[in-house]
Design a protein around this ligand. Sequence first.
Ligand code: PGA
Length: 260
Amino acid sequence: MPAKSHSRRPMMVANWKMHKTPAESAAFIARLRELAPGNGGDCVVVVAPAFPCLAAAVEAARGFACAIAGQDLHWAPEGAFTGEVSAAMLAAAGCTHVIVGHSERRQFFGETDETVHKKVRAALAASLTPIVCVGETEAQRNDNEIELILRYQFERAFWGMEAEIFSRCVLAYEPVWAIGTGNTATPEVAEGAHRFLRRCARDIFGPEAAQALTILYGGSIKPSNMRALLDQPDVDGGLVGTASLEPDSFAALIKAANAQ
Ligand code: PGA
């Protein structure tokens, strides 16, 4: 097992997608508080409920080291954009983080590298931490385009940014073929992509920013496979869908991250 030679804090993010009501969101966080009191260690714990559940989640997380995130945002500060939510609205609701560019947004809702970039800027302007998702599809993987795609998505997302501003972002490597499929990347495959993304960060923002960058893995994480992923030197935590819907399994993932 390669030792971790850096001081990045582990991070575990629950992405609930279109699951849970406000009452269910609050009940989950109350249970998590019992299972992982004070959250048990160094791990940064983040929960991303659906928009109508944010208030209940923020209230339930009061006094508990559990940050609340939006699952998406619009880049404009306000305007005639029916159905959309701004960064300032998320911040005012008590969010500290926001997921940007999830592959489900890219695949099903027309998210592009350009809108990802605008959303990252908007999140940062409202002092939210953007959790920026990148990752190749199965076809791109089969065509040996992984590095091409990852570098392109990375460069577009953080285009023209100062290193100091970039250092407020979190990156998530989420290979599309691994999301919700049960087909988790092997620790070696995940590490290869994370190492490459850290190299992209170094090329643009320098070694310090690259070393400090938190890179999460996402795609069919389970308590049984998280440990081996976290043992990789460039894997700093997880962005978790299915296994984050039950407090017991999410608490087990937090425990794995704290055991680093
Ligand atoms: P999954 O989803 O854990 O269900 O694969 C991960 C994600 O979409 O962030």
